[in-house]
Design a protein around this ligand. Structure first.
Ligand SMILES: [Zn+2]
Length: 216
């Protein structure tokens, strides 16, 4: 949980986003054990293709390549005093060289009712069947980020376990202050792929208290 009032203005690692205008990849409904049923650790993810220009960020002078964008319903992050957003997108950037490490963008997604298709809608509207995938072309990743790049940052862990059951850390979390939007029908159909328990990790106790820093 992020308490905006408790966050300190940050002067931390410099973040620069290098996303090409158009990205091709694979839309995968990832099926982790137990196989054959949508479980809380499964998600629908846009896996970035290796051909073409690679989207990446630099964070504190290090390069992190974008591996995938995936979705959780409902959100995993929550701002103090506000309800959970119905959906959260994670942009997983993996360190290009040196020890394993991540920079993960968290973008909370609200439901809207007006017509038109956002880039989020393109990825959640009609996912492939569980365990299957299909190609998606021309995704504008920049359009999936909120207009304002004001963010809150802290160091935490991944929210799904690896093969050994552990939650990798440290992860440099970058939580956008503004929300993005997708159509409510698409958010509902995404969430209906799971039962009422959804595919989110339970809100973790802030223990020890993470240090939140805001960047504007
Ligand atoms: Zn995630």
């Amino acid at each position: 949980m992020i308490d905006r009032s408790a966050a300190c203005p940050g002067t931390g690692p410099t973040l620069a986003v290098h996303y090409p205008h158009s990205v091709d990849g694979t839309l995968l409904f990832q099926d982790k054990p137990p196989l054959g049923e949508a479980s809380e650790h499964d998600d629908v993810r846009f896996v970035i293709g290796t051909g073409g220009s690679q989207p990446y960020v630099t964070y504190g002078g290090q390069r992190y390549n974008l591996n995938n964008v995936h979705f959780h319903g409902h959100a995993e992050h929550r701002f103090a005093g506000q309800p959970f957003a119905p959906l959260e997108a994670h942009f997983v950037h993996e360190r290009a060289t040196g020890p394993k490490g991540y920079v993960v963008f968290s973008v909370l997604v609200d439901a809207r009712t007006f017509h038109g298709q956002s880039q989020h809608d393109r990825l959640i509207a009609s996912p492939p069947a569980l365990g299957e995938s299909r190609g998606v072309h021309g995704v504008d990743l920049t359009a999936m980020l909120p207009e304002s790049h004001a963010t809150y940052r802290y160091t935490g862990s991944l929210t799904t376990p690896d093969e050994t059951g552990s939650y990798f850390q440290p992860v440099n979390w970058v939580v956008f202050n503004q929300h993005a939007k997708a159509h409510q029908d698409n958010i509902q159909s995404y969430r209906s792929l799971w039962g009422p328990e959804g595919n989110h990790r339970e809100l973790q106790e802030n223990d020890p208290e993470p240090n939140f820093y805001s960047y504007h």
